[in-house]
Design a protein around this ligand. Structure first.
Ligand SMILES: [Zn+2]
Length: 85
């Protein structure tokens, strides 16, 4: 796993997160050096390493293949139903 590059930002210079909380106030937590707060990290930044990217790509190909198989079978079923009717 590759580590994100750390840029030192003095705590007093960090901006507040500002996300809306359940109490309808804004999050007062200071953002991390990457601009995200620990509570509201947001979406994953995705796979970074070559191995990680390859793993995700393989999983996606598998997913698409499964979907294609499912679709072609459902079409076959449709035709079969029409033929039998
Ligand atoms: Zn926050």
């Amino acid at each position: 796993m590759s580590r994100p590059i750390k840029i030192k930002v003095p705590k007093r210079d960090r901006v507040l997160c500002g996300a809306k909380t359940r109490r309808n106030t804004s999050c007062l937590r200071k953002a991390l050096p990457n601009g995200r707060c620990l509570n509201h990290g947001g979406k994953s930044t995705g796979p970074k390493t070559k191995a990680g990217r390859a793993r995700i790509a393989a999983a996606q190909r598998e997913r698409h293949a499964r979907r294609r198989r499912a679709r072609s079978w459902s079409r076959f079923d449709e035709l079969l139903q029409l033929w039998l009717a």
